[in-house]
Design a protein around this ligand. Structure first.
Ligand code: BGC
Length: 917
């Protein structure tokens, strides 16, 4: 039997806390209908927790007419507010009661009838109902489903419904069997028709979850409602805690320092220079969070010592960079993006989360969603590449993966850090608001919609103000535009770096600017603790900002379950087998085949295995501080080499031995520390010694396969003609060597695509596929058009490029309708055939080109994609449904709009047109 669990991710707003709130529960027409006993149980718990609970006296299905229901319900609310003098009412219900609550909430007519101020009402539905029905109800109200949140137990519904994060109404789902559903939907239809809707306008779907879930009111109340109540209780407690804290203690909660400040002999694990903290021991033991911890034991030692000394007993929260795996190292984010497989990315995040939790961390500083178009920038390897939509999808899946295990996450670096000028880390960023909204926000938005709990500011400036003290970014963009509700944190030392930006005159100026801008936690420096008390005495308005920030931090700690269990004693043993599977499956789909004349080869083929990666164990990538190269294999362990030499110089080789083999595998590239933070390069050409080596090897007339290990796109223009087969990957983590060998031998058929464009020449940087047309696009016949004198315009490999051992042929690109309005957007169908004898996977990418608009639009933009598997000679029809979002863009007033006109839909080599009326 499966029971219904409370969705832990739900954010309950402060205002439903406390004894001035009443919860009104509308029971349904299903199993729990009329169960006074159950209701009484609920009422009892609510009362015990200082919340009054009221059951409106409406008549029960099937006899009642719908408007009567609503009036009864509205009357109940009026009673609570006017007679019982509650300040707030939370309405909610189960089953048909949930629809009732929704209608009451969204249709203000009934509230108005009783002079109820709708702002006093907050809606939460404990539902046993169908998401689709809820969406339809909202649609009927013209609300679309913008303001509704569903929890993850109904994943199948997500496939059809894009849920926006603009949450106003929370719906908990339980799963039910078909018969109950049918009754409920019939009831709803009946109610809505009575309510004046035309039958033909009602569009109800039935969807039955494959899993049968036994459901009883008792389970529901016990699991869902009691958990909800527990959450309310914590929130009440947190508010009480806040009231008891001194100002110094509050400021401590807004400060993060590394663990070695608490315990002297702890190993230094953090990166970057730590500015001298300027805190005494008493100050250190007032801080609220810890950056980086090596193990669960270490975390416990620090927590214990901290709590022994702490007056207020608020546990420390431990955060760290689990960017692509904790113990088992996953492919880097850039490699993960190459998979175009969000499901595997999600599984990778789930596995990383469970290991990170066992390592003693509660928050990871991931995902990094900085759109990256410049391969010189060392941090492209931490990113999901150059496409906004791919960033959005991957960031969202990553956060959802972390969250499903209970690891909190921090999206970073807000904002537009990826645009660092000339690819130099920490450099200036300059972009328009429109560019920010249209392209750079997508990744952060994905993470926030996925449920990211924190956001980290970036090192750069935006509009000449450092992001860490940028009120526009932190309050207007992050909180208002992106609806972020969590905690903000500076990057390492970035608050005091505003002094080097020369926008803060001193530590205290930086601290005041930070808190005013909306920066909650200061990482690795202590200006809040040292300066804000005095500043607040002079300017008491700061107190409110400090309280808001502290409350958010306390909620975060509650979310991390630290008040329940500061030592996080659950799930301690690390069993990495699940993580290794996840890493292997993801890595298999993250290796990109860029050229192929003779792969795969047979195991019995005699090979020479050359290059440093033949025997290198550090294949983990740049953010693998918890990973151990000892846990990896050398490539040589997986390839039966007739000749093995890890030198990269021709003169070191025994040529006779190479000549006895039939294939050369050259495993070369950048080491893990040649990319990542502070590892930018001015020259991203494939190193010249490799070109010389390839030229010499070429003379032997033996087929050459290059496996390029790299943290960024490199320029391969000179190398490409010297190579028969080219596999590239952006560091695949623990299972690298097995995956590389399996790919060479055809056990794995590559299916990845490039998440970043590979330039043909360094001078083309930045180069990305979704550029604008310009007023003088290149023309062969007109010299005064967009071009170079010395290099052609096209990159060597564009975003999305990637081969397979199968041969996929695309045909029959069709739209269900070639014109229509926003209510009749077409389905797009395309046939993909595997014209080969090898099973394979491929990602079908759907691009759109807006042919004419009031502002210049890119030559094409990725809008949707699907990864499919095809057996030899199998064909599949892949279908996409175009959405309003696919056709819209931000205008100069930063409003998202759609303009009628022609749109070209492009899939692979095919194109067709849709006209929006
Ligand atoms: C990096 C962040 C990282 C932080 C904490 C900074 O230097 O820019 O990405 O999360 O350090 O380790």
């Amino acid at each position: 039997m499966e029971t219904v669990k409370y969705n832990e991710s739900l954010e309950l707003d402060e205002y439903i806390v406390g004894s001035d709130t009443c919860l009104i529960y509308f029971h349904g027409g299903g199993l729990e209908a009329g169960s006074k006993k159950e209701f009484n149980k609920l009422a009892l718990v609510l009362n015990e927790n200082g919340i009054d609970c009221y059951l409106p006296n409406y008549r029960l299905y099937p006899n009642a007419k719908y408007p009567d229901f609503i009036l009864d319900a509205a009357e109940a609310v009026a009673y609570a507010l006017n007679k019982r003098k509650y300040k707030k009412v939370v309405i909610g219900g189960t089953s048909a009661g949930s629809y009732l609550a929704m209608m009451l909430y969204f249709d203000k007519r009934y509230l108005a009838k009783y002079n109820i101020n709708s702002e006093k009402i907050n809606g939460y539905v404990f539902d046993a109902g169908q998401p689709t029905v809820h969406f339809n109800v909202l649609r009927e109200y013209g609300m679309n489903h913008k303001r509704i949140i569903v929890d993850e137990r109904a994943p199948m519904y997500y496939l059809n419904e894009k849920v926006d994060s603009d949450v106003e109404f929370l719906v908990f789902y339980a799963e039910f069997d078909l018969n109950t559903r049918r009754e409920e939907i019939e009831l709803l239809k009946h109610l809505m028709i009575n309510y004046g809707y035309k039958k033909e306008n009602l569009n109800f779907h039935y969807m039955v979850n494959n899993r049968h879930c036994e459901y009883t009111p008792t389970d529901f109340f016990n699991e869902t409602v009691l958990e909800f109540i527990k959450k309310l209780r914590w929130l009440t407690m947190i508010k009480e805690i806040l009231e008891k804290l001194t100002l110094e203690e509050k400021l401590g909660q807004l400060t993060m320092i590394p663990p070695f400040f608490f315990i002297k002999d702890l190993k230094k694990e953090v990166f970057g220079a730590l500015t001298s903290l300027k805190l005494d021991e008493e100050g250190v033991f007032k801080t609220g969070s810890v950056l980086g911890i090596q193990s669960h034991e270490e975390m416990n030692v620090v927590q214990k010592k901290y709590l022994e000394k702490s007056r207020h007993q608020i546990p420390l929260i431990f955060m760290g960079d689990v960017i692509h795996g904790a113990v088992t190292i996953m492919p880097t984010p850039l490699a993960q993006a190459s998979s175009f497989n969000p499901k595997l990315v999600n599984k990778g995040a789930v596995a990383s989360a469970s290991e990170a939790l066992k390592k003693g961390l509660q928050v990871t500083f991931s995902p990094m969603c900085d759109l990256s178009r410049d391969p010189r920038w060392g941090r492209v390897v931490e990113s999901y590449g150059e496409d906004p939509y791919l960033n959005y999808v991957m960031a969202k899946e990553t956060v959802k993966g972390y969250k499903s295990e209970g690891l909190l996450s921090c999206v970073k670096h807000f904002a537009a850090y990826g645009l660092s000028e000339a690819g130099q880390d920490y450099n200036t960023v300059d972009l328009s608001r429109l560019n920010l909204f249209e392209y750079y926000l997508a990744g952060y938005r994905g993470a926030i919609e996925g449920g990211a709990d924190m956001a980290m500011t970036s090192f750069n400036t935006f509009e000449y103000i450092p992001a860490t003290t940028n009120k526009y970014l932190l309050r207007d963009v992050l909180r208002k535009e992106l609806k972020f509700k969590g905690v903000t944190i500076s990057d390492y030392d970035s608050l005091l770096q505003t002094i080097y930006h020369r926008t803060s005159s001193c530590d205290c100026d930086a601290a005041i600017k930070g808190i005013k801008a909306g920066l909650d936690i200061e990482m690795a420096t202590s200006s809040y603790m040292r300066c804000l008390k005095e500043a607040a005495e002079k300017d008491p308005k700061l107190l409110k900002l400090i309280d808001e920030a502290v409350l958010r931090v306390l909620k975060l700690k509650e979310k991390a379950k630290l008040f329940d269990d500061p030592y996080r004693t659950r799930h301690l043993s690390i069993d990495s087998s699940r993580a290794i599977d996840a890493a292997y499956n993801l890595a298999k789909e993250s290796i990109v085949l860029l050229k192929n004349k003779s792969l795969p080869i047979k195991r019995r083929t005699k090979v020479s295995l050359l290059g440093k990666y033949a025997t290198e164990k550090h294949v983990l990538g740049p953010w693998s501080w918890h990973g151990d190269p000892k846990d990896t294999d050398e490539l040589a362990e997986h390839i039966n080499a007739g000749y093995l030499n890890s030198s990269e110089y021709f003169d070191d080789y025994d040529i006779e031995s190479i000549e006895k083999t039939d294939h050369i595998i050259l495993a070369i590239g950048e080491l893990y520390h040649e990319s990542g933070e502070a590892h930018s390069k001015a020259d991203v050409n494939l190193s010249n010694h490799y070109i010389e080596l390839l030229e010499d090897l070429r003379k032997l007339k033996i087929p050459i396969t290059v496996i390029l290990y790299t943290g960024r796109p490199q320029i391969l223009t000179k190398a490409l003609p010297l190579i028969d087969n080219l596999l590239v990957h952006f560091h695949l983590g623990t299972t690298t060597s097995k995956v590389v060998a399996d790919t060479i031998y055809g056990i794995n058929n590559p299916s990845a695509r490039l998440p970043m464009t590979f330039p043909r020449h360094q001078g083309q940087i930045p180069i990305y596929y979704n550029r604008l047309s310009t007023g003088r696009p290149y023309s062969k016949t007109n010299p005064y058009t967009l071009k170079y004198l010395d290099v052609q315009n096209e990159p060597l490999f564009e975003f999305g490029y990637g081969l397979s051992y199968s041969n996929f042929v695309y045909s029959n690109l069709e739209l269900s309708n070639n014109q229509g309005d926003l209510k009749s957007l077409p389905s797009v169908k395309v046939t993909v055939t595997n014209d080969s004898n090898i099973s394979g996977k491929t990602s079908v990418l759907l691009y759109i080109r807006d042919e004419f608009a009031s502002i210049a639009r890119p030559v094409k933009e990725l809008k949707q994609f699907k990864k499919i598997s095809l057996k030899p000679h199998e064909s599949k029809v892949v279908e996409f449904k175009l959405t309003k979002d696919d056709l819209s863009f931000y205008n100069q007033n930063l409003k998202k709009i759609v303009e009628p006109g022609d749109f070209t839909i492009l899939i692979e080599n095919l194109a067709t047109k849709f006209t929006l009326n």
